[in-house]
Design a binder for this molecule. Structure first.
Ligand code: CU
Length: 171
């Protein structure tokens, strides 16, 4: 069930990517190779000393905002920890560690309780699992309520080892 959720998130990202491309000639080529999920945001692993995020100054807009997140053994390091309701973010989660990690957006203090929403009639969860060392996975998410949230990894033992960071979402 959770595996299905992840595949669906990946599919949703691919579909969103195709949608963003619009009439671009690459669209057909992407359809022919569904396994190759094209990255929409730069990997945080490629820019370990990234300049201060331009997105930090961004105001709400129609364009998704890229947010790099590094997951490591055993810490979660997002580029920013404050977000806005109604703004769409694409979290580019890069695994800098030696272990497989995951990335879960959930209420502060929760224990593996990702949000579930319906997008175009299909269920989507606020998590991406099985991010292998050296890999970057993307999760698109839009917060709908202000409040305290957290980014966490719930691979057994990782949350307890420190893989959680609180973030704030404001109007
Ligand atoms: Cu982990």
């Amino acid at each position: 069930m959770r595996r299905f959720g992840i595949q669906f998130v990946v599919l949703a990202v691919v579909l969103a990517c195709l949608g963003a491309l619009g009439s671009a000639p690459l669209a057909e080529a992407d359809e022919a190779t569904p396994a190759a999920t094209e990255a929409r945001c730069p990997s945080p692993l490629a820019t370990p000393t990234a300049s201060p995020a331009a997105s930090a100054m961004a105001t709400p807009s129609a364009e998704p905002v890229c947010v790099g997140v590094i997951v490591d053994d055993f810490v979660v390091r997002p580029q920013r920890t404050t977000f806005r309701v109604g703004e769409t973010y694409i979290f580019a989660v890069g695994n800098e560690g030696a272990a497989v990690h995951e990335f879960v957006i959930e209420p502060a203090g929760a224990d593996d309780a990702p949000f579930q929403v319906e997008v175009n009639g299909k269920e989507q969860e606020s998590e991406v699992e099985d991010i292998a060392p050296g890999e970057t996975a993307e999760l698109e998410w839009t917060f709908t309520e202000p409040g305290h949230y957290q980014f966490a990894c719930h691979v057994p033992g990782h949350y307890e080892a420190g893989m959680v960071i609180e973030v704030d979402v404001t109007e």
